[in-house]
Design a protein around this ligand. Structure first.
Ligand code: SAH
Length: 217
């Protein structure tokens, strides 16, 4: 799975992509992440890409053309692989709400995903007239930019890619998992009180354990 991220702030991704499972997935070439900065495609002397909105309003708007050129660059790269299947996601708080089901379908169907991350008031809507893309929201709240949404979707789609989770059975969606989990020690004491692992989990009775997990969901 190849991720292509259109963002004014590519370094915002560094710390997350360099840790744990995602970092290993990149190292093992299970996933690939590339960045395209609209600023690099600006004709402005100062590489400025934000302008005041038409009809007024407080925030700035990211211009269409530098964004279009950045997306075009990503598409050109993707098209080098004749078999590539591309999806373009345009992050917007008003878009279709993202969930695990969406991640699963996307991981199955596509080889390349382009994420278009907005900032400020958003990106000039004419970009959506040039490319076919889907408006996606990660939840009913407004953030300052599309970078966190891109990381969330990247993370969730990546764990659907075979080989990314050490053991494919780790996928919670394909087995009975519970909200609560426990590890050693069996009992610990904190401020005079003892905290124990639920007995059923130590019982070795798989049927009862499954039932407990279903109940604690
Ligand atoms: N004026 C816009 C909000 C802009 S927020 C509106 O009213 O819809 C700035 C950018 O952050 C957006 O362009 C989008 O890319 C991103 N963003 C903010 N919240 C988001 C969310 N919940 N899901 C996906 N993207 C979001």
């Amino acid at each position: 799975m190849n991720f292509h991220i259109i963002t004014l702030f590519p370094t915002a991704f560094d710390s997350y992509l360099n840790e744990s499972i995602i970092s290993r997935a990149i190292e093992d070439k299970k996933i690939k992440v590339g960045f395209y900065n609209p600023r690099d495609y600006s004709d402005d002397k100062w590489k400025r890409v934000d302008q005041k909105p038409y009809a007024g309003g407080p925030g700035m708007v990211i211009q269409a053309l530098p964004t279009i050129k950045a997306i075009e660059k990503a598409i050109l790269k993707i098209k080098r692989n004749k078999k590539a299947k591309v999806k373009i996601i345009f992050f917007s708080p008003g878009g279709k709400e993202f969930n695990t089901e969406y991640a699963k379908k996307t991981a199955k169907k596509y080889t390349d995903i382009i994420f278009v991350c907005g900032r400020y008031e958003g990106i000039d809507a004419r970009v959506k007239k040039v490319f076919k893309m889907e408006d996606v929201s990660i939840g009913n709240y407004v953030l300052t930019g599309g970078e966190l949404p891109a990381m969330i979707v990247l993370d969730c789609v990546s764990r659907q890619v075979e080989g990314v989770l050490g053991n494919f059975n780790s996928l919670e969606e394909t087995r009975v998992s519970s909200r609560d989990c426990y590890t050693r020690p069996e009992v610990f004491e904190y401020k005079g009180k003892k905290y124990r692992v639920p007995k059923v989990l130590l019982s070795g009775n798989h049927k009862e354990i499954e039932n407990w997990k279903l109940k604690s969901k």
